[in-house]
Design a protein around this ligand. Structure first.
Ligand code: SF4
Ligand code: SF3
Length: 553
């Protein structure tokens, strides 16, 4: 087994026996085989596009299949075998269409002719192909490191592209690039500089993809507005929706109208409360329950209703809540209730609704024991920029000294307490901007206000890094300086591959002095890291006091 794609990777080196996330070598093997088959599909899809053959169904499939291999998305071998079959079927179908369109039989590489043997272990076949990939690329450690950076960043792009298309937002450039990047992984003749450029191109395409997703969310649900979200439950039957998928959250809301069920968000769906149209249309869209993904085994067990997980992060479920947990889309685990997407793209949530009605829900007694608590979300680009004049005046007048963007993923490791400690120590004349699930370490802290502006601003999900970038660009314009000259420091936490894509976006934009933690990616070789630190001053986090002092110097 070879997997180095996330921050939790074994001993910070790579999972070689068993995944620290719970992924078995068998599942890892079929994920490897799927990626290999998608690399073979890519040149065929690119050729089909050259001949004007529609590849739309394959484009969406490609993104979903890549997304399924991301950390904490899918642990179900059977689902990967199905994705592998579909990848081969699409490839052969496109080959046929190309031959029909051109009237000439085409020459395809060995990769694009590869046929897995479905009668023997697909997992072993995937492992063998990965060993071959490592031995081909492994001669140059730095190029291998950059190939992994491209592949892992691409997983983030594919996941955001999958979400954006659910909201009707697509860009051919994104789909085209997904194929190009997959096809390039097979090339042996690119230089180190070429690979660096390709990694930065992943960042550029990710920016476009996050822009599409932002347009999908804001066109459908309105621009987020600062919204208070209850953290205490309400008596009655309940459904908890986790992951990142806002349109699927809306589908749950739609299907639970007049059922008496109250809908709660979990994890990265907290910012959904900031979208005004969701709040307006669905009065039973109530509050938020729980914190970040790594606490789900405790939180899901206690939740007295059905739970629907729409995307990462899924942890291997425990017996005491497995029967009330449902997954959809690319998410899966063997034996877990899976609600398949219908041909019209919708999911029928009836089994989850039935389960919620069977379960006791929150009792009056339980509710009475909970102190009323709330947090505010919805400080996305429109909300922040609507008070831009006030912010600019406060910076010029010295009331605001500095902004800290403390955002990214959470995880189980204790060294992630760094982020909570840092936020607590940020001086009173500074503002903290945050996004993604790393905020759950400090999201309910009351940091007060500066001249009416809250000192802790939740900008949304990880993909709302797009909002943070737009705010930084607008402030730089207002102050007539480069983004790197703003009194802004980015202190990021990463865990999975969406964060890899976002980091590449920030580097593509030329953002310097980013501090990254809690540990550096295992897949980044010392030389590649040296190169990034020389060019972008990318640095690992150290201690909260020292990092704060350096940022404020
Ligand atoms: Fe290990 Fe992370 Fe890969 Fe899971 S996803 S096997 S924890 S590197
Ligand atoms: Fe979290 Fe899994 Fe990365 Fe969207 S939910 S940020 S880790």
């Amino acid at each position: 087994m070879f997997c180095e794609q996330c921050e939790q990777t074994a001993s910070g080196q790579g999972c070689h026996q068993w995944g620290a996330c719970g992924k078995s070598p068998e599942v890892n093997g079929v994920q490897d085989l799927l990626i290999y088959c998608l690399r073979g599909l890519a040149p065929v899809a690119l050729r089909a596009r050259e001949f004007g053959i529609s590849t739309h169904e394959v484009d969406v499939f490609n993104c979903e299949a890549i997304f399924a291999t991301m950390t904490n998305v899918n642990f179900d071998q059977k689902r990967f075998i199905d994705y592998i079959r579909r990848a081969i079927a699409y490839r052969e179908q496109l080959k046929l269409q190309i031959e029909q369109a051109t009237g000439v039989s085409q020459n395809w590489s060995e990769l694009s002719c590869y046929e897995p043997c479905f009668d023997s272990s697909l997992s072993e076949q995937g492992q063998d192909l990965t060993l071959k990939f490592i031995s081909q690329s492994g001669k140059n450690v730095d190029i291998f490191s950059l190939k992994l950076t491209v592949l892992y960043g691409l997983k983030g792009v594919a996941s955001y592209a999958f979400h954006a298309q659910e909201l009707g937002q697509e860009d051919e450039r994104v789909y085209q690039f997904c194929y190009e990047a997959l096809a390039k992984l097979d090339t042996q003749d690119l230089s180190l500089d070429d690979w660096v450029s390709l990694a930065l191109k992943v960042g550029e395409i990710n920016l476009r993809t996050m822009e599409l997703l932002d347009a999908g969310h804001t066109n459908t649900y309105g621009h987020p507005v600062p919204t208070k979200v209850a953290l205490h439950p309400k008596a009655g039957k309940a459904i908890l929706v986790s992951g990142h998928d806002i349109p699927q959250l809306e589908a749950v809301l739609k299907q639970t109208v007049d059922t008496g069920i109250t809908v709660y968000t979990h994890g990265e769906l907290l910012p959904a409360h900031g979208y005004p149209l969701l709040k307006k249309i669905y009065p039973h869209f109530y509050g938020h329950y729980g914190t970040a993904w790594q606490n789900q085994t405790k939180e899901f067990a206690k939740f007295p209703g059905a739970i629907i997980i729409t995307t990462n992060c899924l942890m291997p479920p425990h017996d005491n809540y497995e029967d009330k947990l449902f997954s959809i889309g690319p998410v899966g685990f063997p034996g877990l209730n899976y609600l398949a997407t219908g041909v019209d793209g919708s999911v029928d949530f009836t089994p989850a609704i039935r389960k919620a009605l069977e379960l006791r829900g929150f009792t009056e007694d339980e509710v009475a024991k909970n102190e009323p608590r709330q947090v505010t979300t919805g400080f996305a680009r429109n909300a922040v920029l609507s008070v831009a004049d006030q912010i600019i005046a406060a910076v010029k007048g010295g009331q605001i000294r500095h902004f800290f963007l403390v955002g990214g993923c959470d995880g189980a490791k204790p060294d992630r307490n760094y982020y909570a400690e840092l936020v607590e120590k940020v001086p009173n004349d500074c503002i903290v901007l945050t996004l993604a699930c790393g905020k759950f370490r400090f999201f309910d802290k009351d940091l007060g206000h500066i001249g009416g502006i809250p000192r802790l601003l939740d900008m949304g999900q990880c993909n709302d890094a797009y909002s943070a970038i737009q705010i930084a660009i607008a402030l730089a314009k207002a102050f007539e300086v480069d983004v790197n000259q703003l009194p802004l420091s980015m202190i990021l936490s990463w865990y999975e591959q969406k964060a890899v894509a976002i980091l590449l976006t920030l580097l593509h934009l030329g953002i310097k002095d980013i501090r990254l933690g809690p540990t550096l990616p295992a897949f980044i070789s010392p030389n590649v890291f040296k190169l990034l630190s020389q060019k972008y001053n990318l640095a690992p986090i150290t201690e909260p006091d020292a990092d704060l002092a350096a940022c404020l110097a």
